[in-house]
Design a protein around this ligand. Structure first.
Ligand SMILES: [Zn+2]
Ligand SMILES: [Zn+2]
Length: 257
């Protein structure tokens, strides 16, 4: 199934890259949007590859390839993510976003700013991995007769991929207990979602079930009534309105991951 998901990712990415050259602005805009979104989806595929590669080393090749195309330094992502699984529910765990930088008086605007000015994220981009990505897109740009491809990719990454990635990841542990090893209390699942969103997030809505059994393919996870907790939400919309409500009240620093 993962091979099929990677194939779909490549098809959408390359069709969009090719059609950025279209004479119609509306098609260019759709392709720009698709590139940003499929890159966020690609990062979720890297997440699945990280778990498979623990036992099957050869998957690291796909991880590295997707890492280059999604501007994600694969080795650093892999180490950080496996550390997240190992230390979840302890103070040694640090989630993807630097929420500890927010202070009690921080508001919704500060939180939104964090999506783009994420110091941990920036630090994790080694010069080598970023340069490799840019060289690959530069070469792709020349072969597709698009001299501005690198600029399009960087713009799509900052304008679309980063906020989309934030929206995918924020429900995972936001406002859960960060100092409790019990997965019922330190992780969240979203009970349901439409198929398109499930595919786009690579079934990340069942994040607690994923922590419970990280070696199971995401699409095979099933919402567990036994693991159900008060942190769960029926759907993403319910969660996002809760998130906005909590943030707009001002940050309770220690409740963030
Ligand atoms: Zn997690
Ligand atoms: Zn994981």
């Amino acid at each position: 199934m993962l091979i099929l998901k990677i194939t779909i990712y490549f098809k959408i990415l390359f069709i969009s890259l090719i059609n950025l050259n279209s004479d119609y602005t509306i098609i260019q805009l759709i392709c720009f949007l698709l590139i940003g979104l499929i890159t966020a989806h690609g990062i979720q595929l890297i997440h699945e590859i990280v778990h498979i590669s623990v036992k099957k080393n050869q998957w690291n090749f796909f991880g590295e390839a997707l890492g280059i195309l999604t501007l994600t330094p694969y080795k650093i992502y892999k180490n950080n993510h496996l550390r997240h699984h190992r230390y979840l529910g302890t103070m040694k765990d640090r989630d993807f976003f630097d929420f500890h930088l927010l202070r009690k008086q921080s508001n919704l605007f500060d939180t939104i700013k964090l999506i783009w000015v994420n110091f941990k994220d920036l630090k994790s981009h080694t010069i080598t991995s970023l340069t490799t990505s840019l060289i690959v897109y530069l070469i792709l740009g020349f072969s597709l007769d698009n001299n501005y491809l690198v600029i399009f990719i960087l713009s799509a990454y900052f304008l679309i991929t980063k906020p989309a990635h934030f929206l995918i990841e924020i429900p995972e542990h936001f406002d859960c207990h960060r100092d409790n090893r019990n997965k019922k209390f330190n992780s969240r699942s979203i009970q349901n979602s439409i198929f398109l969103i499930k595919w786009f997030t690579n079934w990340n809505h069942l994040h607690r079930e994923h922590h419970w059994n990280p070696s199971v393919a995401p699409e095979k996870l099933i919402y567990s009534d036994d693991l159900k907790s008060k942190y769960d939400f029926k759907n993403y919309l319910d969660f996002y309105s809760y998130f906005i409500n909590q943030i707009s009240k001002g940050v309770k620093n220690d409740s963030f991951f």
